[in-house]
Write a protein that binds this ligand. Sequence first.
Ligand code: ACO
Length: 436
Amino acid sequence: MAVSREPIQKEPVRLAIEGQDLELPVLEGSEGEVAIDISELRKKSGVITLDEGFVNTGSTTSAITFLDGEKGVLRYRGYPIEELAKHCDFIEICYLLIYGDLPNAEQASCFRSSIREHTLIHEEMRSFYNGFPRDAHPMAILSSVVGALSTFYQDSLDPSDPRQVEVSTHRLLAKLPTIAAYSYKKSNGQPFMYPLNKLDYCENFLQMMFATPTEPYEVDPDFADALRLLLIVHADHEQNCSTSTVRMVGSSNANLFASISAGISALWGPLHGGANEACVSMLEEIVADGGNVQKYVDMAKDKNSTFRLMGFGHRVYKNFDPRAKIIKATCDRLLAKLQLDDPLFEVAQKLEEAALKDEYFVKRKLYPNVDFYSGVIYRALGIPVQMFTVLFAIGRLPGWIAHWHEMHQSPGKRIYRPRQVYTGQTEREFVPLDQR
Ligand code: ACO
């Protein structure tokens, strides 16, 4: 059984504010993270804290994912990501994140069958796709159709009913790949392919993306395995923008479908889920410019230029990105196997080599991040650039759901409602329309 424990109470800190001496509790989490608890600060002193972008604010305690950016550590429910990537399929990871423990054989089998039961989407939902323009971004389709699940599956919307929450959880995990693949088929004009429940989660998604009714389609096991790894390494990353959005929306008691639809919209932004798309666009630009990798490395180092090498560096991981390490091997293996005639892959390899031995990048600890290799792998699998963030959403789904569950189960659960420091006009006299 996974153990999650109450934070340890440490020696309180004292804050002198406007002639008042206040004592604030200090807590320590299970991996040594120390936090000053300011939840009573305003009540006791009338002041609030200000932290634009929440860079210093813990919004919650959580027992799902631990990461240490300095040491390159990422663990789901205590298990190192490297071990999980080696031994598990994506469905086991979903179970682990959502229920807190790896499933035993019987639990895994029940969970898999339940997910299989829900892979179809309501036939009338298919007609939604006719209303979207052919060139609609698949992320826009994804968030709209997931939001619309609340209209078709009204029997599982109550966040306070554990059975209904369970059903909507399984529905989401099962239907998101179907919804995603249909958005791709819509864009290229091919007929939608129904899910095939004899296939596993990743094989089924590839089948719905790439099969057509005219010819048999064989799933390449290396493709399915690459997808499995990518989904696993993206499955959770604690309180990031989209996960915090899911918690925020869910805190108002909005149903799970509505909360996840909001998370998908947050992920769509280029500062969040869109980085691997930006990386492949940069590689395309280098290819179109004659493949001169050194020119772009020099440009990234030039302080007079705003250009950055996409796919290098990370806000949290300062030594290496453990997820990048895991998928790099798969990336190399796939490229060696496929021998694709695409100059982009050669440019990617040259860029990686050039940056890894360049003093500027070495000194600043700028290593290729997960987006560098995931962009290249998606490209090798034949997944179009616009679908990259959609794949990220399928991977992140169990993390969002786990956080939504955890937020609802927390004894201190209340609606998320930050405060502000008002800097606008102070009170002024109203002027009637004819005198303005
Ligand atoms: N190319 C060139 N120089 C870079 C890069 C880069 N990709 N990233 C950082 N630097 C330089 C900065 O110019 C700065 O140099 P200085 O110390 O001489 O001023 C130094 O490295 C530190 O950079 P910061 O911007 O302070 O690092 P920060 O932690 O704020 O940024 C970020 C991290 C945003 C990821 C950055 O490295 C970047 O823009 N990378 C490219 C975009 C990208 O790949 N994003 C995906 C991240 S992974 C993910 O989100 C799943």
